[in-house]
Design a protein around this ligand. Structure first.
Ligand code: RTP
Ligand code: MG
Length: 145
């Protein structure tokens, strides 16, 4: 039997402290839901060093690592698990490219982000970039899920 359907997957999305501070949590949730993805878990959290070291392990040693961790501790983060077919690349597409200056209009970073002249890019959201990252990150942010 052949089939064209793809399995439902889950991704970890974060509204970073800049997004929460600017009152954009609702706008991000609205875009996730408007795209047709389902919210599985939503929780406001204050990330600590241990959680951020695990979450950003791939970036340890890079010049932006320390400012990135400081930025992520500068206020609460809205952690979200969303699900749907192809939600991992789907949300990355909604988010837009990393640099908000050049992220395409229509994307979260392109519409709502900009360069603030700070040490690290404040680009409003995080989205898991692979099946493996999503499983690892969901387990870190929502250990009981
Ligand atoms: P994310 O992990 O947050 O979804 O973003 P991403 O995949 O698009 O970007 P990544 O390369 O994983 O970088 C993680 C976050 O680090 C900050 N960053 N700043 N040169 C810089 O100023 C710089 N490079 C990276 C951004 O907040 C980026 O989202
Ligand atoms: Mg990344």
């Amino acid at each position: 039997m052949t089939t064209t359907s793809s399995a439902v997957s889950r991704t970890l999305i974060l509204v970073k402290p800049d997004g929460v501070r600017r009152g954009l949590s609702g706008e991000v949730l609205r875009r996730i839901e408007a795209k047709g993805y389902e919210l599985v878990a939503v929780e406001l959290k204050n990330a600590d060093d241990a959680l951020l070291a695990a979450h950003y392990a791939e970036h340890e040693g890079k010049p932006f690592y320390a400012p990135l961790v400081d930025f992520m501790k500068s206020g609460p983060v809205l952690a979200i698990v969303a699900q749907g077919q192809n939600v991992i690349p789907g949300f990355r597409s909604l988010a837009g490219t990393t640099d908000p200056t050049t992220a395409a209009p229509g994307t979260i970073r392109g519409d709502l982000g900009r360069d603030w002249g700070l040490k690290v890019q404040q680009n409003l959201v995080h989205g898991s970039d692979s099946d493996e990252s999503a499983a690892r990150e969901i387990a870190l942010w929502f250990p009981t899920l």
